[in-house]
Design a protein around this ligand. Structure first.
Ligand code: ZN
Length: 373
């Protein structure tokens, strides 16, 4: 899908403002092929200059680029963060670069959601690269970094305590460390420290001179995300792979009667419980990345009991895991889908909602999201 820049800019603004029609349009767009690159680091690390240099290198390769500059501390002035005005003028004549500034959205999580949706939009619009530039402190930015296919953490020599300040979450999800301003004293020491503590590739750049940029661009194209954060504070898998079938729910008359067949296939229940609010007992059987959920009614008036009486045992629902359930619910609602409940917490602390089979092509669809700690 291609848009001219004016249409894209208008749609981006509407998506940022959570306009239901724009969100529905976005939801209906097929995904593109963009590589989403997070570029993060403390103020003064030269991120903007680095992003500009990377953009220039990508443009020389004929790639199209969208830059999403996220700065929760800045105030928006006439649609742009003040400092980005200069940069917009710089790339103004280049139709292959789309730039959008995103400032604070109020409540925590709003910024991450707006950024995620804009990244999706740029992807769907056919951009080759989406560069998401953030300051690299705070939960919002950690979530934003977790959207990316790869995150570059930009550091500078002589940061001292600043490195400690951003270590908490961002360092763990780095796919590449870039020591920018590496012509300054202390670069050797910083590189030694990084190499001693992390297995992440370390690269030296001087963005103002264009040094190290080609190597960085090559790494960006090949590096993969780090695995999950230590302690599981957030899911850091790439955006697209965070959508997956979580489980298939199968309605049975009796879990105990159904289990032996699955067990003889090597599937073992790791978890059994009664879910009072749904009037069911469930057994969860991990199967690779997904699970099979056997469900039996726990009360005579259980919806699953009615399902069994009407349809007999069989596939009851498909559960899809999404990164942001509220955003998914808003998009489904805007698209006219029949939602059976608001997102609500389940027994395991996750959020879930059900979508009526009439909206999904005939199967009850469960959407779930792990609770962010
Ligand atoms: Zn389920």
């Amino acid at each position: 899908m291609r848009f001219d820049d004016r249409t894209l800019a208008r749609l981006a603004t509407a998506v940022e403002n959570r306009d239901p029609q724009a969100l529905a349009t976005l939801a209906a767009l097929p995904p593109g092929h963009a590589r989403i690159v997070g570029i993060t680091g403390p103020p003064g690390a030269g991120k903007s200059t680095l992003v500009d240099a990377v953009t220039g290198a990508l443009r020389r390769e004929g790639k199209t680029v969208a830059i999403l500059a996220v700065d929760p501390t800045s105030r928006i002035t006439g649609g742009a963060i003040l400092g980005d005005r200069i940069r917009m003028q710089q790339h103004h004549a280049d139709g292959g670069v789309f730039i959008r500034s995103i400032a604070t959205r109020g409540a925590t999580g709003g910024l991450a959601r707006a950024t995620a949706d804009l990244a999706r939009l740029m992807d769907a619009a056919g951009k080759d690269y989406v560069l998401v530039e953030t300051v690299g402190v705070g939960q919002d930015e950690l979530e934003i970094a977790s959207l990316a296919d790869v995150t570059v953490v930009v550091l500078v020599p002589g940061m001292g305590d600043d490195v400690q300040a951003i270590k908490a979450g961002i360092m763990e999800i780095a796919g590449v460390f870039a020591i920018n301003k590496s012509d300054q004293p202390g670069a050797d020491r910083l590189e030694r420290e990084l190499r001693a503590e992390w297995q992440t590739p370390v690269l030296r750049t001087v963005a103002t001179e264009g040094q190290g940029i080609d190597a960085l661009v090559e790494l960006i194209g090949t590096a993969t995300v780090r695995e999950r954060l230590h302690g599981g504070a957030a899911d850091t898998a790439p955006l697209r792979s965070r959508l997956r079938i979580d489980h298939l729910g199968i309605a049975v008359e009796s879990i105990d009667a159904a289990l032996p067949l699955y067990q003889c296939l090597g599937l073992v229940p790791t978890h059994r419980e009664t879910v009072a609010q749904e009037k069911v007992r469930v057994a969860m059987l991990p199967a690779g990345e997904s699970r099979i959920e056997l469900i039996e009614p726990s009360a005579p008036d259980s919806p699953v009991g009615k399902f069994l009486a009407k349809r007999g045992p069989g596939l009851h629902h498909v559960a899809l895991r999404v990164p942001d359930l509220e955003a998914a619910a808003a998009r489904l609602h805007a698209a006219g889908a029949k939602l059976l409940n608001e997102p609500r917490p389940g027994a395991g602390g996750h959020l879930y909602l059900f979508v009526h089979p009439a909206s999904t092509g005939g199967v009850l669809l469960e959407l779930i999201q792990e609770k962010l700690i």
